[in-house]
Ligand binder design. Structure first.
Ligand SMILES: [Zn+2]
Length: 210
């Protein structure tokens, strides 16, 4: 029913010593992209494995852009996994700008700086709002023989996508970053228009303009 394994050619793994500790780095090819699962501690054949499925965001993840909360979520997820002693971070490529790609994502930033939100800036360029595919994440979790997951996410669509692909989600673990003046509009649109569960957005007040 589901694609169970990868061809030997399409997967490789090694230890990866990081500043946070030693992970198992599992690189794999799926759907024309090369992705990575970072595995910490014992997760094989386990239930309720703590998992973050992180969509690539070069601006946020690598350059610490404050326009979104991706970089902070990535750091927080890895910290939480290490603190718990086990878990998996699946880093999915090809997910820039919810799947539109890096160049078009940067084009949407221009429109966002003129006042359009994260959805309207995409649709006004004729681009889709969200075309991310989570099946590579489900495939690698099956490959790693994870039985069920606690998913670090605020996005109900991601839970549905995993379950449709045969990975039971036993709990959702919120991943709530403190908003800043540069991402509050983005977070508000995600809450109000994409259905993400972001209660911390309610309590944010912009610093007084002088
Ligand atoms: Zn981002």
């Amino acid at each position: 029913m589901f694609e169970q394994t990868f061809n030997e050619d399409d997967v490789a793994e090694s230890d990866l010593v990081t500043r946070r500790g030693t992970f198992r780095a599992v690189a794999f090819r799926a759907d024309g992209h090369e992705h990575m699962a970072l595995v910490y501690g014992k997760t094989k054949l386990r239930e309720n494995v703590l998992v973050r499925i992180h969509s690539e965001c070069m601006t946020g993840d690598i350059f610490a852009a404050m326009r979104c909360e991706c970089g902070e979520q990535l750091d927080a997820a890895l910290n939480t996994i290490v603190r718990e002693g086990s878990g998996i971070l699946v880093y999915l490529r090809g997910h820039e700008g919810r799947g539109i790609g890096l160049v078009d994502k940067i084009r949407t930033h221009v429109l966002q700086d003129q006042g359009l939100d994260t959805l309207d800036s995409a649709t006004s360029l004729g681009l889709p709002v969200d075309v991310r595919d989570y099946t590579p994440a489900a495939r690698v979790l099956r490959h790693l023989r994870v039985q069920s997951v606690r998913l670090m996410s605020n996005n109900p669509d991601k839970i549905a996508a995993l379950e449709e692909n045969g990975i039971p989600v036993t709990a959702r673990v919120p991943s709530l970053m403190t908003p800043n003046p540069h991402n509050i509009a983005y977070l508000t649109a995600k809450r109000d228009r994409l259905g993400h569960d972001l209660p911390q957005v309610d309590s944010f007040t912009l610093p007084h303009a002088r």
